[in-house]
Design a protein around this ligand. Structure first.
Ligand SMILES: Cc1cc2nc3c(=O)[nH]c(=O)nc-3n(C[C@H](O)[C@H](O)[C@H](O)COP(=O)(O)O)c2cc1C
Length: 189
C-alpha cells in the first residue's frame, strides 16, 4: 500500500522526543502514514567515489544492507514526507546528514524524481531560545528538497525540549505539532 504520508524519526535515541513527535503527527494527519526510524534503516554515508557522475541516479553504496535507495523511493511515492529531527551542534544528527549526502546521485544527474511531492520537518532543540538554533538544519534540508525536486515546507521548530520525555510533558508543543500536521495534511490531500 502507498500511504500518502511518510514520517521519519531521525534521532538515534529510541523513545525520545522525535519518536514521540512522529506518533503525534500520525494522530493528527488525515490519512495513513508510513513510519520509520532513520537510524535503523542502514543509510551509509557518501564516500565521494564519483560513481554517480558516471551512472545517472545510481549510487555505489546501494544494495543489500543499505537503506538510502528505499528511503528516497518512499519519499517519491508519498505526497508528503516529514523528517523529525533533534538538533545536534546546530545541525541534524550524523545519520540524517548521511541521507542528505546520499541525494548527491540526483544532484549529479539533475533528475528531479520528487517533483510534485512535498518535504517538511519538525526540528527539536534543547535550548530555550536562539534565532540561529535551527538555521543549519533548515538550510540543508531545504537544499536537499531542491535537489530532489520536492516542494519544501517551512519547518516546525520546537525549543526547550531536552530529556526524552520533554515533549510528552509539553502540551503546548504537542498542540503545535497537531496544528502543523493538520495544516500540511489539508494542503496536500
Ligand atoms: C550530540 C548532541 C548534540 C546536541 N546539540 C544540541 C544543540 O546544539 N542545541 C540544542 O538546543 N540541543 C542540542 N542537543 C539536545 C537535543 O537536541 C535534545 O535533547 C533533543 O530533545 C533530542 O531529541 P530526541 O529525544 O528525539 O533524541 C544535543 C544532543 C546531543 C546528544
Amino acid at each position: 500500500m502507498n500511504e500518502p504520508f511518510f514520517l521519519v524519526s531521525c534521532s538515534p535515541r529510541r523513545g525520545g522526543n522525535s519518536d514521540f513527535a512522529v506518533r503525534e503527527l500520525q494522530k493528527a494527519l488525515p490519512a495513513p502514514c508510513r513510519v520509520c526510524r532513520l537510524t535503523e534503516s542502514g543509510v551509509r554515508p557518501c564516500v565521494s567515489c564519483a560513481f554517480c557522475d558516471a551512472h545517472p541516479g545510481k549510487c555505489s553504496l546501494d544494495g543489500a544492507g543499505d537503506g538510502a535507495a528505499a528511503m528516497f523511493q518512499t519519499m517519491f511515492r508519498s505526497r508528503l514526507s516529514i523528517l523529525v529531527s533533534p538538533v545536534y551542534f546546530y545541525h541534524i544528527p550524523a545519520q540524517a546528514k548521511a541521507l542528505v549526502d546520499r541525494a548527491q546521485r540526483f544532484w549529479a544527474c539533475g533528475e528531479k524524481p520528487g517533483r510534485g511531492r512535498a518535504l517538511a520537518a519538525v526540528l527539536i532543540g534543547a535550548r530555550p531560545r536562539g534565532e540561529k538554533l535551527f538555521e543549519g538544519a533548515e538550510r540543508t534540508l531545504r537544499y536537499m528538497a531542491l535537489t530532489l525536486g520536492m516542494e519544501w515546507q517551512e519547518p516546525l521548530c520546537l525549543y526547550g525540549l531536552d530529556g526524552p520525555d520533554a515533549l510528552a510533558s509539553s502540551s503546548e508543543s504537542r498542540e503545535r505539532i497537531h496544528a502543523y500536521a493538520r495544516r500540511l495534511g489539508g494542503m496536500v490531500l
